[in-house]
Design a protein around this ligand. Sequence first.
Ligand SMILES: O=C([O-])CC(=O)C(=O)O
Ligand SMILES: [Mg+2]
Length: 586
Amino acid sequence: MTTTEDRLPLTAHYDVRRDAAGHRYLEPFVRGFDLTRIPLLNKGTAFTEEEREALGLDGLIAPQVDSLETLVDRLYRDYVRVQEPLDKHVFLRDLQDRNEVLFYALLAAHVEEMLPVVYTPTVGLAVQQFSRIYRVPRGLVLSTRDIDRAEGTLANVPLNDVRIIVATDSSAILGIGDQGFGGLGISIGKLSLYVVAGGVGPDKTLPVELDVGTNRQDLIDDPDYLGVHHRRLTGDEYLAFVDRFVEATRRRYPKAIIQWEDFSRDAAFTVLERYRKVVPSFNDDIQGTGAVVLAGLLNACRLKGERLRDQRIVVHGAGAGGIGVTDALRRGLMRDGLSDEEARARLFVLDQTGLLLRDRELDGYKRPYAHDSATLDFTYADRALGLLETVQGAGATILVGLSGVAGAFGEDVVRAVQANTRQPIVFPLSNPTAHCEALPEDVLRWTNGEALVATGSPFHPVELGGRTHPIGQGNNAFIFPGLGFGAILAGAREITDEMVLEAAYALADYTGREHPERLYPPVADLPGASVEVAARVIRQALRDGVAQEPGLGELDDPALTERVRAKFWRPKYLPFRAPRADGARS
Ligand SMILES: O=C([O-])CC(=O)C(=O)O
Ligand SMILES: [Mg+2]
């Protein structure tokens, strides 16, 4: 007996085909009312007369036929009436769950205004309130309830050709820690950026929550919390869970890339190393943040007329982001001519206790950046070196914050950096806004407007002494969409460290060329930056021998960039055609 599954491509709701003239059209496998309930298919009042008649929609939709542009304008007028950021987030997420093309058309038309709502900082709030704002399913939740049936669970996803997955275990969401099931919100938010800034079609994206439990007793005790109510799996049990997810994913989506997101400390490094050669994958907080910070610091040095190799860099925070940034900077310093040893000697990393020193007891992933207190050229009292002492002792010219600790960069610390250089480079990068190490306005005030400042979450430009200082957003959003898109287009079987490093230099070069006075491009230019990052990532994948997509090697640089542009998904409603009874193309 043939089941429906044998005949239809698994659970997808439609196919995209081309007519004889090469124009794309969509062939839905559902009709009538169902079309208005599947977000990737629903066009609202933009279904044409012919589509309504052919697809069983007559009488179900308001009579007027609108264009996508009209709908965008109408929705925007509704949107601006919503006051609270979280309500705006819910407004946009509701739209996404109702009419996905319209959501992306609206977002694309107002990137700068809406990114802080679908992404940081408001996504932080949405994650914290996730169980309360939860309405309809989106993405995949694998929990301790169903991980033993992972393959069947993945088969339920109504998408057949997923290329990019953002997966989190929610153990360290942004700077706000363990969020349990709510972390699904960050995976959803990141993937919106993949679409609007990275050119990946929404039907190619899958947000994933690995619900292994939570260590937050308040969540476990909360009857309204929608995740599994037990403590987190650890050790071998935890890894067995992630193994099953990876295996099932490989089988269902052999071409998919996995972006690991917001895993805490050791888990972040363990998971990345365990799977990066099994499935093309990268960790956004270690590698994406590393690359975006390297790019911003290269630009800051360019603006100062100095070189990276001449800087002394203090990184405050030794989680996935802090160590990832340190690693990217080590590679950048080496590309600028230093030996590995010389590069390490210029990098000073602090965790909650203070400067990483070899004679302290340290987690394995921190050890590579610990200094030997015997050879350190500034004195080590019989206590841990704090931030101020390290900045002074190390002669820091650059200060980077990935600690999640609001206000960690006080006036004394920032002034101490300026004692070492007229134009200190200060990047308080923790997200969301409430966890930022210092307010840009304060940093500029304390340094008489001389500091070069970038943050992780968006800040308004600062007016000081008659000058306007735009605040660059040093957020991995400038890296991951282009890195992932490039890896997809290359058919990369692995995402190498060199591809990530190349993404950083691509972003630095793009900013220097297109926005020479800035540390990062304006957010409205995210798509432009992503195209450049993607093209250079493909080139590096070819150099590294990991690109499997045929024919790319023959393209010169402009042609490669053109290829990326041509593949960039843009929100528009495709014409629909009812499937022909004989299954042939119409
Ligand atoms: O999501 C963001 O805004 C950047 C990021 O990865 C984090 O802070 O964990
Ligand atoms: Mg993150």
